[in-house]
Design a protein around this ligand. Structure first.
Ligand code: Q46
Ligand code: ZN
Ligand code: ZN
Length: 307
């Protein structure tokens, strides 16, 4: 297989795009495409400050690497969740993020959930009614709250995450199975800011998992290969496998599922486009983020802080 640009030996073949590229041209193609998506979906500009949520995995570190190479003002945020499970998952992923940042001279914010709040995610899951079997709902709540807090406190214009096409297609598949209108309306490459909530963007949402793994590998990014130990057996992994079977039989099906959805939404198929709304919500008396409760938001109540 030959590189379409230079005729040299191809390092990576993308059946769904009918495109094969050598290492050099692949490492140019991914950032160039990312820039196109950032502009197309109006995610952010070169004048804005971007906070990239990094987990130590291939997607988020590749995203940070790409934004850095494209000349964006992008700082990182790592949330130390205290997930160990015998493999030192959090410690290792933190080390990789810190190393990544220091090699490139980039700024990394680290929030240590145990140090700052006195709990680890597995502890919180055990001590609350949320997440009896798995800590994922507690973890999601903490991640959303803390990402938004840092973005707001440090004046970032946008919060960028490394969700790829496989992630987005799996979420879309789940939302479609339930015809969950609210979630469908909110799903997309960019979610505008709302009072108390930062704008969110997913610049990698059109690249599949394989493409991001190839990018990380070919650019020599050191990342954690293990998934979070709690991800094993999750519904989203099951949906990803289903969609991969489909993709195997019909290359391009995954991308077209996602893009056709975006197109349908644009045409108004799902009624009026709705932005993230905080109308009817109150303000948490402790942290100031929007909440449906009268006094403290779920995060502050769970952490036992404040009033
Ligand atoms: S939610 Fe659950 Fe993830 Fe948190 S506990 Fe791990 S798998 S990291 S995306
Ligand atoms: Zn080439
Ligand atoms: Zn709060």
């Amino acid at each position: 297989m030959k590189c379409r640009k230079c005729g040299g030996k191809a390092a990576f073949n993308m059946r769904q795009h009918k495109l094969a590229l050598c290492k050099e041209h692949y490492l140019e193609w991914i950032p160039a495409q990312t820039e196109r998506f950032i502009e197309k979906y109006r995610m952010f500009t070169h004048d804005e400050k971007i906070l990239v949520a990094v987990s130590g995995g291939k997607d988020s570190l590749s995203l940070w690497d790409i934004l850095w190479k494209l000349g964006y003002h992008a700082d990182g945020l790592y949330l130390a969740l205290g997930i160990d499970e015998g493999i030192g998952y959090s410690d290792e992923s933190r080390r990789l993020c810190e190393e990544f940042a220091s090699k490139r001279g980039l700024t990394l914010h680290v929030v240590d959930v145990l140090g700052d709040y006195g709990h680890t995610i597995p502890d919180l899951a055990r001590s609350t009614h949320r997440g009896k079997d798995k800590p994922c709902s507690v973890c999601g709540l903490v991640k959303r709250h803390e990402m938004n807090r840092i973005a707001r406190d440090f004046g970032y214009d946008v919060l960028a995450t490394g969700h790829n096409l496989d992630d987005e297609a799996a979420v879309l598949f789940g939302n479609t199975l339930r015809w969950d209108g609210e979630y469908l309306l909110r799903q997309g490459p960019v979610l505008p800011a709302a009072p108390g909530l930062a704008r969110k963007a997913k610049p990698l949402c059109r690249f599949c998992e394989r493409e991001m793994a190839a990018y990380a590998l070919l650019s020599g990014i050191e990342y954690i290969y293990d998934e979070c130990p709690f991800a094993v057996g999750s519904t989203s992994i099951y949906y990803k496998e289903l969609l991969n079977d489909l993709e195997h039989e019909r290359p391009g099906a995954k991308l077209s599922f996602y893009l056709s959805f975006l197109e349908a939404k644009k045409k108004g198929l799902f009624a009026e486009q709705r932005e993230e709304t905080t109308a009817g919500l109150n303000v948490c008396q402790q942290c100031g983020q929007p909440t449906s409760a009268l006094d403290l938001c779920s995060f502050c109540r769970m952490m036992g802080v404040g009033v």
